[in-house]
Structure formats: structure tokens, C-alpha cells
Write a protein that binds this ligand. Sequence first.
Ligand code: ATP
Length: 242
Amino acid sequence: MSSIIQVTNVSKNYRSHQVLKNIDLTVNKKEIYGLLGPSGAGKTTLVKMIAGIETPTSGSINVLDSSMPNLHTMTHIGFMAQSDALYGELSGKENLEFFSSIYSLKGQKQKDRINQVSELVKLSNFLQKPVNQYSGGMKRRLSLAAALLHEPKILILDEPTVGIDPVLRQSIWDELYKLSKSGTTILVTTHVMDEAEKCGQLGMLRDGKVIASGSPKELKDNTSSASIEEAFLYYGGVHHEN
Ligand SMILES: Nc1ncnc2c1ncn2[C@@H]1O[C@H](COP(=O)(O)OP(=O)(O)OP(=O)(O)O)[C@@H](O)[C@H]1O
């Protein structure tokens, strides 16, 4: 399998606070890679550096064979941030038109992509509504649609299903599987254990360090755990004798 994201010995400090420590991580093409960790573990910081929005204090990040940050490579990345970067006074459609123009999507192509991504996140019937009248879940879905407009090779999603009901969450995951099958590489952060279980590969992050990585099955088998949560606790140093 060919690697598409390679993080090598990356550390990140904010002043004297070391947020990430010697991170090594590889994501292969078409994979759905989950970064699992509690709040404050450093997931957002790490994905922002992979997306080229932040720079590491030391170490290197390669994405699609380019050292990050790289402006050209960034055009192949769709990034959905944790807080929605939407324009509340504009309608859903106007927001998607705005993001299309950033990605240089014009004319019929722009219309087609807006229709496709709106359909995908089930927002087609709400596109005329101003975004400040959307629910939290609808805003998340619109943000996901915006990240998909330019058909990115790599999709980076920071806690994509927070505030989204279980039925819609499943439909979003179904779409993520379809995207990965059709060639998109997906990097997703989560602190939800059952969501981590849906990923092909997982990196467990705690206190700025990768404490374990592998498929959910490997991580459970290697620790004789019945659940990802149990495996996480094991790798985090909580061992139960039985
Ligand atoms: N710009 C910044 N300046 C200073 N400290 C920061 C900055 N961004 C993040 N941090 C700190 O880095 C640590 C990791 O934050 P980060 O947001 O990456 O964690 P996270 O795992 O994504 O958590 P959450 O799920 O709550 O967003 C936290 O202690 C946070 O306070």
C-alpha cells in the first residue's frame, strides 16, 4: 500500500507548552484513518499541521509527496474544521457558491457539484434558508459539503459528527465509506469510541503522544480487550488483572 500522509518525529510547542511529542504516523491511500483521543490530546493541532494550516515546531510532514505546508498540495485537501466556518447571514447555497469560488469551480461544474454535495448531506431542500436558521447538525453537514466540493484526494474531518443524530451519523459514515472506496483518503478525529471502531486504521493519542496504532481489531486483540475503550485504557497505562 502506498502512503499518502507521512508524519515523522513531529513535535509542536505553543510557547513553553509542548502539545505534541515525537509523533510518527502513516496514512495509506484510500484508508479511513481515525485519530482517537480525549479532549486536549492534540488531535486538532495534528490535523491542522497535516492540512498545512499550522506548522510543526520540529519534525516533518509529507502529504502527496510534498513537504507541508505546500499551497498546491492544499488544493487536494478538503478540511472540515471543528467549528463551522460558515456565513450565517448567507443561505446554504450562497455559502457553497462562496466556497466553490475559492476552489475555482465555475459555471455548470459549480452547479453540478453544489447539487451533488447537497444531496449527499441531505440538505438539498434547505439550500435557500439562511445558515443562521440551521440547526447545529445542519451546519456540520453544510461544512462537510463545502469540504467535498472540489473532490479532494484527501478529506480531513475534525470531529465531523458532533451534534449529529445517530441516523444521520450513520448516513455520513456510509458516504465516507463510499468516498474511500472511490479513492479518497480520509483522516478523521474523534473522541467517540464506537466511531473509532468504524475506521480502518486508528492512532490513539493521549497527552500529545501516539500511544498505539493499528486496526481496531489489532488494537483489541493485542490487548485482549473486548472494546476499543478497554484497549485505549490498556495502552494509556490502566491495566486490570483478572
Ligand atoms: N493556538 C494555541 N495556542 C496555545 N495552546 C493551544 C493552541 N491550540 C491548542 N492549544 C493547546 O494544545 C492542546 C491540544 O489541543 P487540541 O485542540 O489539539 O486537542 P484536541 O485533542 O483536538 O482536543 P479537542 O477535541 O477538545 O479539540 C490543548 O492543551 C490546547 O489548549
